[in-house]
Design a binder for this molecule. Structure first.
Ligand code: ATP
Ligand code: MG
Length: 398
């Protein structure tokens, strides 16, 4: 029996470069981990250098699954904590490695507790000798060992570990203010949302629907995508805009090749208003330079002209295949490719303008009174709070 605690040891990685903000980053990460693991029997400890989670061994795999979705964690280890005295370290180390299968090993000691009487280099030799004497058929390999054993001696407690897992990186969600994600049912916007959260941005999402031209299935698809994104945060407010009246007016009044440009200017206007109402500091979307007519730089300039708010386009410079790789990784791809009509796909002009002129776009959109319609669309927004379990409880469906 190993008479020690087994914990998930988290190193902060990139966080540690944020000197002035360090405590804020660590506290945000701590709160996020605590929220995400609230249904487990865990104890979370933190200090300036690391954090660790004490857990019930039977939950390890499930907890790892959750830890893998928490931004701000770059790497973590399954570590054993033993008392920081030579006897305990030696006897526990032997028990810990007993069940491991390896033929070569390396010991790497770090001694942050300088009152520990043996220097790191010397202690490597002490512990190495201990293993060589007690375990048959093993040898030291400092370059490419089967088992690379790290021993971190701190005041009171020593961490011993050799397992290392890559976390999902980034900054903890909540270290940046809110952004308003334009979430369609496509491949790009969920990836954009994921990447924005990875930078620490808290997300709300807005979806423009055009019932009856678009279906309830299209809406459910966006809800499913939002659920996938909610895995990386606690919940996302999804604002559903009835875009039908505006879209119909555009197609009735404006020149066909400018309809998409104008439609997107309207979407931006509504998104900006919504963002301001919900204290969001930026718009986030899945535009990618050159992907379609409305995403040439010329189009982007004409569309973007309606707002001063920063527009973050996390996939702006990625190839479609690179975006798809991320979509598969975050499990949104299979949902995104389900073929339901989106409001952008229902009304597609045969030849959308590739290089729109700003004055022309303004002239065309002034052919109907859109301000009132925009205010109505914003006032009538239907908001649902989506978390990972959304739709699994009966009350969500009411
Ligand atoms: P995606 O870009 O998500 O794959 P898409 O390619 O169908 O979907 P585009 O026409 O490329 O969408 O639109 C560019 C961006 O505009 C989207 O990534 C999304 O951020 C936003 N957008 C488009 N349609 C909608 C919509 N119906 N509701 C909310 N946002 C939308
Ligand atoms: Mg797209």
């Amino acid at each position: 029996m190993i008479a020690v605690k087994r914990v998930i040891l988290i190193k902060y990685g990139e966080l540690s470069t944020k000197k002035g903000n360090r405590n804020f980053f660590i506290n945000t990460l701590y709160n996020n981990i605590r929220n995400k693991l609230s249904s487990f029997d865990v104890k979370i400890h933190k200090d300036r250098a690391r954090m660790y989670i004490e857990f019930d061994a039977t939950d390890l795999e499930k907890i790892k699954g959750v830890v893998d979705t928490i931004f701000g964690i770059h790497a973590y280890h399954i570590a054993y904590i033993v008392p920081s005295d030579d006897n305990s370290i030696q006897s526990e180390l032997l028990k810990i490695v007993e069940t491991e299968k390896f033929s070569t090993f390396k010991i790497e000691t770090r001694r942050s507790d300088k009152s520990f009487p043996i220097k790191s280099q010397d202690y490597n030799r002490v512990l190495g000798g201990l293993l060589l004497k007690n375990i048959a058929g093993i040898s030291v390999d400092v370059h490419n060992p089967d088992l690379w054993i790290k021993v971190e001696i701190r005041e009171g407690e020593t961490f011993i570990y050799f397992d290392s897992f890559t976390g999902c990186g980034g900054y903890p969600v909540g270290t940046q203010p809110r952004g308003m994600l334009m979430l369609s049912g496509g491949i790009d916007s969920p990836v954009a949302g994921y990447l924005a959260m990875k930078r620490g941005i808290v997300l709300d999402a807005v979806y423009f629907e055009a019932m009856p031209h678009t279906s309830i299935e299209a809406r459910n698809k966006v809800i499913s995508l939002c659920k996938k994104l909610a895995k990386y945060t606690d919940s996302i407010n999804l604002h559903i805009v009835n875009f039908t009246p505006i879209q119909e007016e555009i197609y009735k009044n404006c020149r066909e090749d400018y309809c998409i440009t104008i439609m997107r200017r309207m979407m931006y206007r509504i998104t900006e208003k919504l963002a301001k109402n919900h204290k969001a500091y930026a718009i986030v979307n899945g535009e990618s330079v050159g992907q379609v007519a409305s995403q040439t730089l010329t189009s982007m300039r004409v569309i973007n002209e309606v707002t001063n708010m920063p527009v973050i386009r996390p996939v702006a410079c990625l190839d479609k295949l690179e975006i798809i790789d991320i979509a598969r990784k975050i499990d949104t791809y299979d949902i995104s490719i389900i073929p339901y009509e989106d409001c952008c796909t229902v009304f597609v002009p045969k030849h959308p303008v590739i290089n729109p002129k700003l004055e022309l776009a303004i002239n065309e959109e002034n052919k109907f009174d859109y301000n009132e319609m925009i205010n109505t669309a914003v006032a009538e927004i239907n908001t649902i709070k989506i978390n990972e379990e959304y739709g699994e409880k009966f009350s969500d469906l009411l």
